[in-house]
Design a binder for this molecule. Structure first.
Ligand code: NAD
Length: 519
């Protein structure tokens, strides 16, 4: 499924090792005990010092599944102090190979405890087991293997410099960790996106304080146990739960001993964090929102394009930053394409995420459903044709307590419509016809966002030409979400700052210092 040397990873990869029968969830057993998710500080699980907790709610049923300790500024301070001690203590003094061996063990241990991670992730997000076991958990593990391998093999930069006396000088650069890194995460791919930051940060010798999304505290908490089991020293990995403004998130960004902030989430939040860290001139790595175009030409392999675009629109209930929300389809195939995509949408099965037959989960929360439904309503007001969907499905008990929405396809809006301009982050797209390559390109680029695009065409000259002209960080040609973890990942415009992946992550999580030796 995953080549850890190259970091190649495919959406279609499936792990067959899991025994579904072992999975216990509140869906099948509503009486199952409500979990306690505590803070993980200095290698121990602790309550919040203020005693505050908040509820973790299943988006599948609306029931409370866990009580979560809410860290205040004092807790964040304790976590940062522990991380600082570890940075200069056991972790800082450990040889690089020993450090990387331990991180490779973290990957192995996640795979050994696969079902527990799977259950925690599905409990928090409601995503279908087929997706979570193919993507979220294996990628969460793979991130540690990839960066352990990569950092072991990063070359050093050096130069021989001429000097007047003819003896010369040797310049060489050493890489040093930044220190304590604050890691702030979203809810859509909780373990995967958190470890995408934690793994390279730790591999480079930093220590971390993680603030998971308030919606998805489970897998970050469980990872603390794994860190202890494999012998990662206390204080290297810390978890503070809570919210953003006025809570753990803001306290972390304000903390003077946090050397850098790495954040994935909404563009608006990135902007708020940037203001907070400005006084400390801290480096930031931002993976933000998207309003991604997919352009489908008449010469595309029709069936492959329909299947690919159905995935890029509806995967993870449209809650992947890379999802396509704007489709541009060449006019000769427009009607046939919309019809075929609608057929695919109607076949998506919602309900129990632990059933292999379930292909679409709920939105993350009732609050997020309100937002997505408000865009369905806005589309009507803006004059859209609703080809399919547009409402709440009737799934019966216990799923009517959840946050499900219908997959929705819209047509007929002008490009100026808010529904086409703003990120919705749900299972919804607008499909627009086009008559020329230039027109498609102009519409694709008419946005402040710039995360990714997908091109569907058999004409590779055109694909290369367009890929160079679309203002995004990542373009897929005849594919989507086909990931090689060594490649640069990130957005242009308001979709982000910096690149992560492979050496690009190493460049963010370490600092180069030059040493000049006169010979
Ligand atoms: P969000 O911005 O609402 O929250 C993300 C995290 O930031 C949460 O942990 C939250 O508690 C915290 N936070 C909020 N305000 C804060 C503040 N003022 N200071 C510090 N922390 C704060 O995002 P979300 O709703 O969790 O995630 C969905 C968004 O993430 C979408 O916009 C999506 O496009 C984006 N996303 C981007 C990528 C990418 O790689 N570009 C990947 C996944 C998700």
């Amino acid at each position: 499924m995953l080549d850890v040397t190259s970091g190649r990873f495919q959406l279609t990869d499936i792990i067959e090792s899991m025994n579904d029968q072992l999975l216990q969830s509140e869906i099948h057993n509503p009486q199952s005990a409500i979990k306690d998710y505590r803070l993980f500080i200095d290698g121990s699980y602790v309550d919040a010092s203020g005693g505050n907790t908040f509820e973790d709610v299943s988006p599948v049923t609306g029931r409370v599944i866990a009580r979560v300790a809410e860290a205040n500024a004092d807790d964040v301070d304790r976590a940062v102090a522990a991380a600082k001690r570890a940075r200069h203590g056991a972790w800082g003094k450990m040889g690089v190979n020993a450090r990387l061996d331990l991180l490779a063990r973290v990957a192995d241990r996640i795979m050994e405890r696969f079902d527990e991670f799977l259950e925690a992730e599905i409990g928090d997000t409601g995503k279908p087991v087929s997706w979570a076991k193919a993507i979220d958990i294996p990628r969460g593990a793979a991130n540690f293997k990839l960066f352990a391998n990569l950092v072991r093999n990063v070359p050093n930069e050096s130069y021989q410099t001429d000097t007047e006396d003819g003896l010369g000088a040797l310049n060489y650069a050493i890489r040093v960790p930044l220190g304590v890194v604050g890691v702030i995460c979203p809810w859509n791919l909780p373990l995967l996106l958190m470890t995408w930051k934690v793994a390279p940060a730790l591999a480079c010798g930093n220590t971390v304080v993680v603030k998971p999304s308030e919606e998805t505290p489970g897998t970050a908490t469980l990872l603390g146990e794994v860190m202890n089991e494999v012998g990662i020293p206390p204080g290297v990995y810390n978890v503070v739960h809570g919210f953003g403004p006025g809570s753990a998130g803001e306290a972390l960004t304000k903390h003077p001993d946090v050397a850098a902030i790495t954040f994935t989430g909404e563009t608006r939040t990135g902007s708020a964090i940037m203001k907070t860290v400005a006084d400390g001139v801290k480096p930031v790595s931002f993976e933000l929102g998207g309003k991604n175009p997919a352009i489908i030409f008449a010469d595309a392999d029709f069936d492959a394009a329909v299947a690919g675009v159905a995935r890029s629109t509806f995967a993870n209930c449209g809650q992947v930053c890379l999802c396509s929300e704007r489709l541009y389809v060449e006019r000769p195939i427009f009607d046939r394409f919309v019809e075929a995509l609608a057929e695919r949408a109607k076949k998506l099965r919602m309900g129990d995420p632990f059933q292999q037959s379930t292909t679409m989960g709920p939105l993350i929360s009732k609050g997020h459903r309100e937002k997505v439904l408000s865009y369905y309503q806005l589309a009507r007001e803006e004059g859209a044709t609703i080809v399919t969907g547009g409402g709440i499905p009737k799934l019966g008990d216990p799923f009517d307590g959840g946050s499900f929405v219908e997959p929705t396809i819209l047509t007929g809006l002008p490009e100026s419509a808010r529904v086409i301009k703003e990120e919705i982050f749900g299972p919804v797209c607008h499909v627009q016809p086009f008559d020329s390559e230039d027109e498609a390109l102009a519409m694709a680029n008419d946005t402040e966002y710039g995360l990714c695009s997908a091109l569907w065409t058999q004409n590779l000259s055109r694909a290369h030409r367009l890929a160079a002209q679309i203002d995004v960080g990542i373009t897929w040609v005849n594919s989507w979400f086909l990931r090689d973890l060594r490649t640069p990942f990130g957005g242009t415009g308001i979709s982000g700052i910096g690149r992560e992946g492979g050496i690009h992550s190493v460049n963010f999580y370490s600092e180069l210092r030059n040493v000049c030796v006169k010979l």
